[in-house]
Design a protein around this ligand. Structure first.
Ligand code: HEC
Ligand code: HEC
Ligand code: HEC
Ligand code: HEC
Ligand code: HEC
Length: 163
């Protein structure tokens, strides 16, 4: 009986958890993907380069933005803040959206090579003014896709050094 209640509790908690769309957290600078990747049609990889060894896509330094913003919208206080980060060579303290614990192996390069798209794991980014974690990225969703795509679901595939 106690076990049944516990199991029910976990199921309900998981269900409520899934129903929640995390509200976006305020970013230090109100950067819009909708404007830059949507309206201006900048390629994702213009800003997010999959540098070797290919695990990360990375978030661009302010210098990348200043390519345009040294002349575009320089009267905006947000752009002035951006310019300040750039002059001081400091990284903009962006609030991270998708991050998994360091004990999990993950490589963008391997997944892009396998044909996975940005949208499968991150949603319709180019339509978003502000990003939030709209696609659940966790052990369950990793394994679900691995099962579908016939990739391994051995624990050591994602959790231990493989030789
Ligand atoms: C198979 C799922 C998957 C696909 C496909 C994918 N991502 Fe990711 N992305 C992730 C995960 C998981 C993280 C968190 C990685 C971490 O914390 O180490 C992440 C993190 C990021 C980050 C944060 C910086 C970083 O590298 O950690 C950016 C930016 C990003 N992804 C952009 C993209 C873009 C652009 C594409 C398409 C070219 C893409 N992603 C495709 C799952 C994916
Ligand atoms: C290809 C040129 C280009 C690049 C690169 C670019 N932007 Fe922009 N950005 C624009 C344009 C054009 C606008 C719209 C200006 C307007 O409303 O007149 C804009 C608007 C903005 C605004 C709104 C400013 C305001 O107060 O209205 C912010 C904030 C911004 N960009 C941040 C960034 C950041 C951060 C980066 C780098 C990650 C970046 N931009 C890279 C062209 C660019
Ligand atoms: C002009 C530069 C620029 C372009 C183009 C761009 N991004 Fe970004 N991206 C950023 C910046 C700056 C951030 C950090 C601020 C934020 O989260 O909105 C970011 C954050 C992200 C994140 C969240 C990373 C994390 O874990 O915190 C994802 C996912 C992402 N971008 C995907 C994409 C995809 C997919 C595209 C193409 C459709 C794209 N981006 C195009 C500059 C860019
Ligand atoms: C969209 C489907 C999809 C999602 C989501 C996905 N994977 Fe994968 N993953 C694959 C496929 C397909 C392969 C096999 C690629 C190959 O054969 O090289 C793979 C391969 C891998 C590999 C081996 C890569 C290498 O270096 O050889 C690891 C590790 C991995 N995934 C971890 C993860 C983790 C962790 C997550 C969740 C954060 C995740 N995957 C989410 C489809 C996915
Ligand atoms: C396809 C990749 C993948 C595989 C296969 C995988 N995991 Fe995970 N695992 C993850 C990710 C991603 C996380 C990070 C936690 C999260 O966001 O759900 C995680 C987290 C964990 C955690 C920590 C959970 C927590 O809440 O602290 C444990 C324990 C774990 N995994 C055990 C296992 C075991 C045991 C197996 C084999 C049955 C396994 N994992 C297979 C991706 C994977």
């Amino acid at each position: 009986m106690r076990v049944a209640v516990l199991v029910l509790g976990v199921v309900v908690a998981a269900w409520i958890g899934l129903g929640q769309t995390p509200t976006p957290r305020e970013q230090p600078i109100p950067y819009s993907h909708k404007h830059h990747a949507g309206t201006l049609q900048l390629q994702c990889t213009f800003c997010h380069e999959n540098k070797e060894p290919g695990e990360l896509m990375g978030i661009p330094a302010a210098a990348k933005c200043m390519g345009c913003h040294k002349s575009v919208k320089t009267d905006s206080p947000h752009i002035q803040k951006l310019a300040e980060f750039n002059e001081q060579k400091r990284p903009v303290p962006w609030v991270r959206i998708y991050q998994i614990p360091s004990y999990v192996f993950f490589s963008h390069k391997a997944h892009l090579a396998a044909g996975a798209t940005c949208a499968e794991c991150h949603g319709a980014v180019a339509e978003r003014e502000v990003l939030r974690r709209e696609v659940p990225v966790n052990m369950g969703t990793c394994m679900e896709c691995h099962q579908k795509r016939k990739a391994s679901n051995d624990c050591t595939f994602c959790h231990e050094q493989r030789n």
